[in-house]
Design a protein around this ligand. Structure first.
Ligand code: G
Ligand code: G
Ligand code: MN
Ligand code: NA
Length: 254
């Protein structure tokens, strides 16, 4: 298709850009990390969001080179912010489940980390919950190798898959990101409220760091704070912004 042709050329034509959305710790009120979110300056179509092309990239295998570009660009940006004094910031990048099948692994990540000089301890790989349904030795080893680099692992969109927290104990994960679908109707929706408080309680007992996604209102923030949710991300703090704007956004939040 036409879009596929254009997507094939997008990397060499340098049409991708990373935007960054801050994650704030509710105890320290500091921005502790950012999530890198890809955008495509598609000629004749303006700024195109990942929802419109990541599925196609996954189908065509283009997600592999795009994923490597995202990691490289994210690491470079981490170094640049470090030089500007933003040296406690972590960077989360999304990894699609088929990147593993296409051969993406910790060795590839390590090359990029070394090349850019980024601190692997500041990197978080966000992996969707569905990937954790595969508890084969190969899958667990694949994850452990990222941990061996010093990087952190987060389960993205938690609650939308079918895994249980006890099952997740087998995996070397550090963080859970509660999907925004469970945050949207807080605190009024009683089912969502009890679900979220159960996730928070269990994550505490398993010693997993928690991030609530999609926080848009002060009511949601206060409710999550009451439940001792440690971190939030969402439009209430900031929408995803360019690298250039991030320092100013952080100053406003803190
Ligand atoms: O930014 P937005 O909310 O439109 O993102 C939509 C979806 O695209 C999210 O689920 C997000 O995880 C995914 N996405 C954004 N950037 C990347 C990326 O660099 N790689 C992969 N694999 N997915 C991404
Ligand atoms: O699946 P993933 O968590 O990677 O998706 C992140 C996406 O969620 C980004 O594309 C971002 O634009 C979107 N997003 C971030 N914060 C909010 C929010 O507060 N409300 C809504 N509706 N979407 C959000
Ligand atoms: Mn994500
Ligand atoms: Na998510």
């Amino acid at each position: 298709t036409e879009m596929e042709q254009a997507l094939r050329l997008a990397l060499e034509r340098n049409e991708f850009e990373l935007y960054y959305q801050p994650v704030c710790n509710l105890e320290t009120h500091k921005v502790v990390s950012v999530e890198a979110l890809i955008r495509w300056h598609r000629p004749g179509n303006g700024l195109t969001g990942p929802g419109e092309f990541i599925p196609l990239a996954e189908e065509t295998g283009l997600i592999q080179p795009i994923g490597l570009w995202v990691l490289q660009r994210g690491c470079e940006q981490l170094m640049q912010w470090q030089e500007q004094g933003l040296d406690n910031l972590c960077m989360a990048v999304n990894v699609s489940s088929n990147q593993r099948q296409l051969g993406f692994d910790a060795r590839m990540a390590e090359k990029i980390i070394k090349r850019t000089g980024a601190d692997p301890e500041k990197l978080v790989f966000e992996i969707t919950e569905s990937m954790f349904l595969d508890s084969s030795d190969a899958a667990v080893t694949w994850l452990k190798e990222f941990k061996a680099l010093g990087a952190k692992l987060a389960i993205d969109d938690f609650g939308t898959g079918y895994s249980s927290l006890s099952y997740l104990k087998q995996f070397p994960v550090d963080k859970l990101k509660i999907d925004r679908a469970f945050v949207r109707d807080l605190p009024d929706n009683k089912e969502d409220a009890s679900l979220v408080s159960a996730i928070i309680a269990m994550s505490q007992s398993l010693d997993l760091e928690l991030i609530a996604e999609g926080v848009e209102t002060l009511e949601q923030l206060h409710y999550l704070n009451q439940l001792n949710c440690t971190n939030i991300q969402g439009f209430l703090l900031s929408k995803p912004v360019t690298a250039e704007r991030l320092p100013e956004v952080i100053r406003q939040i803190e």
